[in-house]
Design a binder for this molecule. Structure first.
Ligand SMILES: *Cc1c(COP(=O)(O)O)cnc(C)c1O
Length: 453
């Protein structure tokens, strides 16, 4: 068996994030102010984010330097390993080579600290004392709580009610890092109170939790808001994943033909894929790039490409993206991190330009793939990551059917140690392939804001 693990020396850890805006053939559509329908400027975003992050959000520079203190924290777990999945290949009987980049080695167990650390650092530099945020499964809340602890920032997390109830240990981790955690919808905000008045037992959604976190930040001077996905600067911070993978695949002497990632808001997918897409846009090799999303919350494959709000109470600017409608409440399936109504504007734009593909899978098949992966490779993937695992397995099986020895790279964005209850449900046969209500989807899409052409 040839080499399995490809470790990059710390001295070769990337020094810059990659900004795909520099290489796009067509710029991403402007972000609009919902009142004036005019493009938003940096000042419109200033109540929510520190200026350094706003400038990154609109930057068209190809390379943005990673500040030294951020690199120092990254070194706690980066460079992250790249593995060749020899045993999975064997179990599948495929001639394809499968590689995976493993982001579960971070203290929070996922890719999310890659952006939580710089976001907390830039806020601390700007004198901010408190950050508010939302979390679904708890991965993002955990990551920002960890980052807040390192840079002396107080963190308040609005956790989607179903996850808050289903995942008490996630909350305990956030509290260990010193954060406070509130079930959303809550009584602490106008947005939360309005939802509870309509439906006191509302299970919550990321869209509602975002409204609550944004409302607190917008109404307090020393408080800003941090988002764990979707925004340009968040996707950019994740590009350290793909840049490292590129160097590690060079060590392995391979070049991927297919790259697979799971998509909730699009950040880990962007992290692994954008550096490779950038190479292609600058005249390099063309690869297939596949986004995998849950069939129960299928924004890229079933959503409309339209201007929409990022939250349910309509406090955010309008972005053009693949959306299921900001009032859409996806069913409570187990990959909590993939339950967002919209997709990152950059990922949506690449889909429209034909630079990426998208596919949707049901959860039972994803868990089946995750279990197969664990039994071959040893790592128990996060339920979200199982979507990418199944995507990679299906590509490997296609290679087997076609007799092709393609090179497949996928992002194993996190481990599943906090989600074992969902594995228990899977083994007990209690997981079903929840589908969303078509009627509710139609209603949510009918409610999209009308934006003059
Ligand atoms: C949050 C999360 C996701 C979904 O977010 P993206 O921005 O699409 O990456 C996927 N996997 C894990 C492990 C997560 O924590």
């Amino acid at each position: 068996m040839s080499q399995t693990k490809f470790l990059l020396d710390e001295s070769r850890m990337p020094t810059h994030w990659y900004n795909i805006a520099a290489d796009l053939p067509v710029p991403v559509p402007a972000v609009l102010h919902p009142g004036t329908m005019q493009p938003v400027g940096p000042d419109d975003l200033a109540p929510l984010f520190p200026m350094e992050l706003i400038l990154q959000e609109v930057s068209t520079e190809r390379e943005i330097p990673i500040p030294e203190p951020v690199r120092e924290v990254y070194k706690l777990w980066r460079p992250a390993p790249l593995y060749r999945a020899h045993r999975l290949e064997k179990a599948l009987g495929t001639p394809a080579k499968i590689y995976y980049k493993y982001e579960g080695v971070s203290p929070a167990g996922s890719h999310k600290p890659n952006t939580a650390i710089p976001q907390a650092w830039y806020n601390a530099q700007a004198g901010i004392k408190k950050l508010t945020t939302e979390t679904g499964a708890g991965q993002w809340g955990t990551s920002l709580s960890f980052a807040g602890a390192l840079f002396g920032i107080q963190v308040q997390v609005f956790q989607v009610r179903v996850s808050y109830d289903q995942k008490p240990y996630r909350r305990a981790v956030m509290e260990t890092y010193g954060a406070t955690c509130v079930a959303s919808p809550s009584n602490l905000t106008n947005s939360g109170r309005a939802i509870l008045a309509q439906r006191p037992d509302h299970p919550g959604s990321l869209g509602i939790a975002i409204s609550e976190a944004v409302e607190i930040a917008a109404t307090h001077d020393d408080t800003k808001y941090a988002l764990g996905s979707v925004l340009n600067h968040v996707l950019m911070h994740q590009t350290i994943i793909g840049q490292e993978a590129m160097l590690q695949l060079e060590m392995a002497g391979d070049d991927p033909d297919v790259i697979v990632g799971c998509t909730g808001g699009g950040s880990n997918f962007a992290g692994i894929a954008f550096p490779f897409i950038g190479q292609q846009l600058r005249g390099g090799k063309k690869r297939r790039i596949v986004a995998v999303e849950p069939a129960a919350c299928p924004s890229l494959t079933r959503g409309k490409y339209a201007y929409d709000f990022g939250d349910t109470a309509h406090l955010t600017p309008l972005t053009k993206m693949h959306t299921l409608g900001s009032t859409f409440t996806p069913p409570g399936f187990h990959a909590g991190g993939l339950r967002y109504h919209g997709m990152a504007p950059l990922v949506s734009h690449l889909k429209e330009l034909g630079l990426i593909e998208a596919t949707a899978y049901h959860q039972v098949a994803c868990f089946e793939a995750g279990v197969m992966f664990a039994r071959a490779e040893g790592i128990v993937p996060a339920p979200e990551a199982n979507h990418a695992v199944l995507g990679a397995i299906n590509e490997a099986l296609r290679c087997k059917a076609e007799g092709k020895s393609e090179v497949i790279l996928f992002n194993l964005c996190g481990h599943g140690h906090f989600d074992m209850a969902s594995y228990s449900n899977y083994f007990a046969g209690k997981l079903t392939d929840a589908s969303y209500s078509e009627e509710e989807l139609a209603m949510a899409l009918a409610g999209l804001p009308s934006v003059p052409a």
